[in-house]
Every structure is written in C-alpha cells, then in structure tokens.
Design a protein. Structure first.
Lengths: 390, 390
C-alpha cells in the first residue's frame, strides 16, 4: 500500500466513474437504487396531478403549477400536458432559463427581479417564451422598462400585493393601482394583473384559522381588482394560492390562476394540513420519498441511516418513516439520520422510505429524481434547475 | 407578445446562456457578483489555514482536514499544500471519487460504507489513491474483505468507536479490539487504527462542559489504543476532533490526526463556541458569506433579501448579517429572507454579507465558491463534490 502509483487506464476511464453518480438505471429494482436517493412513486404522483386537474377543470380555472417545488423540466412538461396546467411558475430568472431551454413555453417568475444582468437575461428569455414577472416597486418598474426597451421586447408584469404574508408586495388597493398605472404607461411593459399569494396561510394547521386568513387575503385581492377596473385596468391574471389553500382561493370567484406546487409530492408538514373533513388536503398522497439505507446499528433499538442534512431539509421539521409507524426519525447530522427502533427490527443494509419534512428545499439537494412504478425504476428525471439561485 | 416564435439563433446560443449561471468573472467587483452567491474572503481563509497549520506543527500532529465542509478540490489541494494537511477526510464514496479525480491523493472516508456497488467503487478508488475507511460491524468487515479481494486491492480500515456522540461506532475497549482482530485477519484489509470523533461535543457552547465531554472521549480512545497494543495491534492513526475541540484532542497525547473542517470558514453556530479566554475558538475568523441583495422593502424597517432556504441551511439557526449589528435576519422561506432594519437604512438593490448558520450544508447548495480579495473576484472554485450523496 506504500506505492500507490496511479493506474492511468483506470484514471482516464472517467465515463465509468461518472456512471456511478447516477443513482439507478431504468429497470432496476428499488432495492438496487444507490442511497440516499430521491424517489417518486409514479402512480401516486399521477393521481395527485389528476386530482388537481379535475379541480381546476371543474371550477373553470387555470392551473399555473409552481416549478420551484420540483425544478424539473420533465415534471413541468407533464403538468402542462397531462396535468392540466396552462404554464408554470418559478422564483428565479436562472430557473426560468433552465426550464425554457428544456422546452417550457409559458412561465411566471412569481418574484421580484433586481439587477441589470438578471433583467437582461429576462429580456432574452421573453424572446423565446411567454415570460411574466412580478413587481412591488416603482424604481423596479422603471428599470424593467428601460432594459426591455433596450432589448426590444415586451414583458408582461403583475403587481404583487401583500395580501397577508408580510413578505414582498405593495399595499393592496390604491398603492397597487398606482403601480399598475405606471406599468401600463411604461414602454415595453404590459400590465397583466396581480399576484396575491398568501404563503403564510398555506401552512396553518387549524382549518378555521386558515379559512379566515384566506378570506382576508381574497378580500384584499378583490378590492384591488375592482379599483383597477375602475381605473380602466383589467386583470388578465389574478394569481395566487398554494397546496394548503387552493380550494379556498379556487372557490372564491376572485382568483383565475392557482399556483400550487407541493400537491404533486406532499411532505410531512403538508400532511398535517387537513381539510374540513379532517382528511388530507385535496386527497393528495405522499409520492416523494428519500430512499435511505441503514448503515449502522450500534445497539438494539437505535439505528443510523445514510440520509442527513444534505439529503433532506429539516427547516419545517424532521422526516417521518413511511409506512413504518413503529420507527421514529429523531435526529439529523450532515450525513447521518438517527432512528429509534424500539422493537429492534431494523437490519443493517435495510432500505427505508422517508417522507421529507419540506419537499421544495429537499428536491433542490438532488441531481436526479428516480421515478418508480411497481417496484421498478421507470424513469430518471434530472432536477433541471437545481441550484439555480440567481 | 401573442406570437412568441422561438428565435432559433438565440435559442441555440446556449453557451451565452450557460455563462449567466456562473456568479461572477475573475476581476469583477463584489458589487457585480450575481446573488445569492457563496463568497470566500481569501485573506481571512488563508489566515484560518495558517492558524491550524501552526497548531498541528507546534504539537507535532497530522491534520487530515475534513472536506465534507467545502467539497472543493481547490480547497482540499490548498489544505494539503499550503495548509499543512497530510490528506483529507470525506463522508461518502462519491465525494472521495470526485476529489480523487480532481487530484487528491490521500483520503479517509470517515464513515461506514454499505452496499456492493459502493464497495466496488471504493476498491477502484483504492487503486488510484490512498483510501481509508471506517467500520463498526463484523458483517461489514467481511463484505469489504470479499470485495477488495475480488478487486485485488488492499484497503486500510479504521475501527470507529462511539466515544460519546451516540451515533455510529462500536463500543470502545474490548468490542473494538475484537473488530480490529477481524480486520487484521481479513484478506485484503489492513488495520490502520481507530476513529474516535465526538461530533456532539463540537457544538457545546459551555467551555467547561465541552472540555469534560472530550476528556471522557479521550479516555475511551486511550483505553482502546492501549488494549489494541496489548493485542499486538498498533494504531497508525488515532483520528478525531473537530473545530470546536481540536485544542483538547490536540493536546491530549492520544490523538495523532485531527479532522477539523469548519475552521477554514466558521459560521454563526461556531461563532458561539468560545475558548477558555472567551475569544473565538482558535482565533478563527468568518471567511464564508452568502452575498445577498435586498429585493423588496415593503415598509420602513422591513426588507426582504434574495437568500432563503435554498441559499443557506438553517438547521443550526438563522444567519446573521456580517458587520451590520443593527440588522437582524429574522425569517427564511424558500427563496426569501426577511430582515428587520429598525433604522430603515437598507436600500433596494443593496448587497449584504450573511454569515450562514451552518457552513457544511450551506456549501452543498452551491455550484461555485467566489473567492474574493480586496473587493475583487480573484478565483472561482467549483464545489467539486456538491450533491455527491452516495
């Protein structure tokens, strides 16, 4: 072992090495997937998509599915074909770019964009696809108009109002109308409506409290739409809603585009947000899992798996072990998860499916979705916009 | 805007688009870096490396710097050349592979490896570089021996003992000796010593409590080394320690390899772990920052920046705003950070440096480190092993 001269042939055989970094091959059994891996139960995923499509079709609404959840072109294209979506949302210009390059043709950046470089990129994208952006500030509107004019392209713009989440957004009512007027009067910008998303309300566990939060948001959106109409400004898009509240905005008569993202996958936190009937919201099932392997069992009752903080995001709580209620995921460090196993049934090398605490930042940790049906790998979908932060 | 025919020339000009995904160019001013971005203050980084090198040289110890912090071949090679390290650690086979392909020649996987595919890959790596691995289970030792024999390569193996962190590891003392004997008797395995890392102790804020935890760990390591010696098994490596406790294991006379990782960067949590003198541990400075831009200022006193849960990990707490004690980062959602600005000084478009709550999982979110000196970009270092989870 002292003379470890590099084996040049092996060294240069990089393709094989890189092949190891793909978690599975088509046709592999679940047991053969390298872990930790992000897997999708395709049957559950497709049923979730059907449930949402049925809802928007019944209500006569548009679904603009949020791609910040999955960052995958394959999933975005599934949503806009079989999933009943008119287009997708994303949060960053770089995300939009990655998705548009992969074939997405109608995209709302449901966020503010600051900085000349990002606005130039936005202008380039608006030449390739339908691109819509949000604003909440007059100076931002001026910058966007200047840069779209320079690039000879027209950009659709929504006024984002703060309808209760206390994050971004101008005040509803008069301040929103002022901003809309500025947009309408700005060269190379087209006023397209309002963005009225209450992100905080999505995760309110108590059903009555959630309903009341969305009633207040909807009233602000409705008042703003009405004032805009009086000012001669029609809202082509009244957008908002997420997985936790889509049935409330969706039946309000005010919103015409729903921006749900997590419904396709669900996660531990959304599993706690229940409908009026006490059932899982929208009937959505867990279709996203972190597949993990037991790699140490230091003493009876305590096991360690290979999925830690770099394999799932704990910002909204720890994951749960799917279909194994006797097991509890109790702690995560960077590359390890600690599991309590009071019946001492876990075996070394055994695989478990974890339901992540929060699906969006979890997906952003992976290069691949491993799509599984009937115990076998059916597809590998790249996380197209993973790490696209700008 | 109704006819959005794709501009084929622009569409196919992909290089330019991809160029946008690099956060900066060499020579750019900090103000021109696209955000959110992970930046390194090179002067502070180099001083941190010097401090650790001076300590191990003075104590006559080896530093095996932990690459799970940075996952960067450039930084690993800096550590093993100018930084006084004999090699590096990592946690996963895929991480080791990425770093070895990029030129690292001496690497400890400070973790258990389960599964035939991973062990085959480990064997291939052991033909290219010095590779060491940890075990805590007899069946794992048998598997490793079988697969190394099949691949005709000898692997160095450390017995991991649980010295107080209650994660992986066999019991110290007799159980460790039994496992070491099995390794020594196994074809194509070489017993190389013990792994005795107390991860829990690194983050104990109280200095006396931390010292006491490491005194207990060290006693377990010492007893194990002594029993192994009585059994005729010398420990070439007695490894452990992290940034929070390196001075304790380093002056114990028991450990000969320190595995610190975070010392190069530091973070908000390690900033709270103080030495006996009440000063920052080891004198290490913050050299790692998430550069962020203010993108909304909905009302005086409240601002929103573009760095949320996908731009830094909050598992160990929220980030702080560097050098701006009047500002408080109070909440993070997926793509937004909320900042309290009681003096209402923040401007739209202004850039801030955040000290992340936890450096390791934060680095894993990025494709690039932007290395900065004197206000200018001096280098771009890829996060070589980002997302290498297997």
């Amino acid at each position: 072992m002292n003379d470890r001269a590099v084996d040049r042939a092996a060294w240069e055989n990089r393709d094989l090495e890189v092949g190891y970094d793909v978690p599975a091959e088509i046709g592999d059994l679940i047991e053969d997937i390298q872990t930790p891996a992000l897997i999708i139960d395709l049957d559950a995923f497709e049923r979730n998509c059907d449930r949402m499509r049925n809802f928007v079709e019944t209500m006569g609404l548009r679904l603009r599915a949020h791609a910040k959840t999955h960052k995958s072109a394959d999933i975005a294209l599934y949503q806009t074909t079989r999933g009943g979506a008119c287009g997708v949302c994303c949060q960053k210009v770089s995300e939009a770019d990655a998705l548009i390059r992969a074939g997405v043709t109608d995209i709302l950046i449901s966020n503010q964009v600051w900085g000349e470089k990002k606005m130039d990129r936005l202008a380039r994208l608006a030449k390739k696809a339908r691109v819509i952006v949000c604003v909440d500030d007059a100076a931002n509107v001026s910058d966007l108009s200047r840069i779209m004019t320079k690039n000879d392209v027209v950009l659709e713009v929504l006024v984002e109002i703060d309808c209760g989440a206390a994050r971004c957004g101008t005040g509803p009512g008069i301040p929103a109308v002022e901003l809309a007027k500025q947009i309408a009067a700005s060269p190379n910008l087209e006023f397209a409506g309002i963005q009225a998303y209450n992100g905080l309300a999505q995760h309110i566990i108590d059903g009555e409290e959630r309903r009341s939060a969305i009633a207040a948001s909807t009233a602000k959106a409705e008042k703003t739409v009405s004032l805009l109409r009086s000012a001669g400004l029609e809202c082509k898009i009244v957008g908002g809603a997420g997985t936790g509240t889509f049935n409330l905005e969706g039946t309000s008569g005010v919103y015409n585009e729903l921006q749900c993202g997590s419904y396709i996958f669900m996660d531990t936190h959304y599993g706690m947000v229940r409908g009026e009937d006490g059932e899982r919201i929208g009937g959505f099932e867990n279709s996203l899992f972190v597949l993990t392997t037991i790699m140490s069992r230091p003493e009876p009752g305590r096991a360690v798996c290979d999925a830690g903080l770099k394999a799932h995001s704990i910002d909204s709580g720890l994951p749960t072990v799917f279909d194994r209620t006797e097991l509890a995921f109790v702690d995560a460090s960077d590359e390890h998860g600690s599991i309590n196993d009071p019946e001492a049934t876990l075996l070394l090398g055994e695989k478990l499916k974890l339901v992540p605490g929060h699906c969006d930042p979890t997906c952003n940790l992976y290069d691949w979705f491993v799509a599984v049906r009937d115990g076998k790998v059916e597809a590998l979908w790249p996380v197209t916009a993973r790490g696209k932060l700008f």
